[in-house]
Design a protein around this ligand. Structure first.
Ligand code: HH2
Length: 269
């Protein structure tokens, strides 16, 4: 059960669980160092919230938020952990890669900006392609699928083909079912259960269940996102056991400990 942890660095005023905490670049950078010290294998820096209902942010604002943080975390004084840029904008991705980012994490799977496929191809960075049904503003309004696992698998296969056709090396592609992006509770659970089916696409899977609403829906009590750590740990262990390669989380140290224990049991001590 070997799985990498991606620590989340949200440089936003409005992220669903930690909005406003790290909007100041110095605070975001300090947070990145803390996550790396806690055992993060990647740091994912984002300047635009994708929470349900969100409206998006201008290019200039997003650049101003994330580029100083990527420079600090990927530079010589950084913690020495690879940095990912969570963006749908090609110019943000391009500038972040120039500042040292090694993964472009695009929740639109290269559909949000016509320049993004070329920037990904030229960058030589890893590229995470995520499934989302609809747009963040409306994605939670009655999402429907014929068969959610098959539909998401077909979408990811199609987006992977499009990325390769644009010049992205296939061995740099990571795939993500997009937990919470245009999905009901039952859709999220089916996708977590169905990770082995998605792994058949032959690429590493990134899974992001951290503090998401489905955890509150199951427990019936965790209304606040920062009350959802126990459920996040359960989802992370279940995902790792079903073949996830990277888990994108806010709480690196507790998830790391839980995975170490689950992994030791699986390995037979
Ligand atoms: N989830 C969020 C943002 N980016 N990227 C990938 N690849 N997979 C995910 O599941 C994913 C993601 C949402 O979480 P968060 O960043 O905490 O919230 P917000 O979008 O409100 O900033």
């Amino acid at each position: 059960m070997s799985v990498a942890l991606m620590g989340i660095v949200n440089v936003t005023p409005d992220s669903f669980s930690d909005g406003g905490l790290y909007l100041d670049p110095a605070k975001a950078t300090r947070h990145g160092h803390e996550l790396a010290a806690a055992g993060a294998d990647w740091l994912d820096v984002g300047g635009e919230s994708t929470r349900p209902g969100s409206e998006g942010v201008s290019l200039d604002e997003e650049l101003e938020r994330v580029i100083p943080v990527v420079e600090a975390l990927a530079g010589a004084d950084g913690p020495g952990v690879p940095v990912s840029i969570d963006t749908s904008k090609a110019e943000v991705a391009r500038r972040a890669v120039a500042a040292g980012a090694r993964m472009i994490n695009d929740v639109t799977a290269l559909r949000g900006d016509p320049e993004m496929p070329a920037v990904c191809a030229e960058s030589g960075a890893e590229v995470c392609l995520m499934h989302m049904l609809g747009q963040p503003r409306t994605m939670q309004e009655d999402p429907r699928y014929d068969d959610v696992v098959a539909d998401v698998r077909d979408f990811l296969a199609e987006r992977m083909q499009a990325a390769v056709a644009a010049g992205v090396a296939e061995d740099r592609i990571v795939l993500d079912p997009g937990i919470g992006f245009g999905k009901t509770l039952q859709h999220n659970l089916a996708l977590l259960r169905g990770l082995p089916k998605l792994a058949e696409l032959g690429r590493p899977l990134l899974v992001g269940p951290s503090r998401k609403r489905f955890i509150g829906e199951i427990s019936g009590s965790a209304d606040q996102a920062d009350d959802r750590l126990p459920g996040t740990i359960a989802a992370c262990i279940a995902s790792a056991q079903r073949g996830a390669a990277i888990l994108r989380v806010h709480d690196v140290a507790p998830v790391r400990q839980a995975l170490a224990v689950a992994g030791a049991i699986e390995a037979g001590g």
